[in-house]
Design a protein around this ligand. Structure first.
Ligand SMILES: [Zn+2]
Ligand SMILES: [Zn+2]
Length: 111
């Protein structure tokens, strides 16, 4: 568990609409980095009403409502300006930015 992800969670849970978003997003899993052995928590998968996109550069997650979604629209990370992708990526280690990580435990499954 890192300060980064704690901040994400704090932000989501303190703003009404964003609280709704995180409650219907995929699942929260514990992951382990094979490079630095760091353990961290992240979200995986899409929610019932949302597509989750991950930033290739910083692993920031952005959700798009399925019913208001155009695959043509330009998607850029709000944090770093990097490219958002809907590909399934291995979670990025918040400690060393490696994607050499593995899922070790599902904490919460929402749908
Ligand atoms: Zn690492
Ligand atoms: Zn980014």
């Amino acid at each position: 568990m890192t300060i980064d992800y704690e901040y994400e969670f704090y932000e989501y849970t303190n703003i009404g609409i964003k609280k709704l978003i995180i409650l219907i997003m995929g699942s929260i899993v514990m992951c382990k980095c094979n490079d630095c052995q760091n353990e961290f928590r992240t979200n995986l998968g899409d929610g019932a009403l949302f597509y989750n996109f991950h930033c290739l550069d910083c692993d920031n997650i952005k959700s798009f409502p399925r019913n208001d979604f155009s695959s043509d629209s330009v998607k850029a990370c709000e944090k770093c300006g990097g490219k958002l992708t809907h590909q399934t990526l291995k979670p990025m280690c918040p400690n060393c930015q490696s994607r050499n990580t593995e899922e070790i435990q599902t904490v919460v499954k929402y749908d």
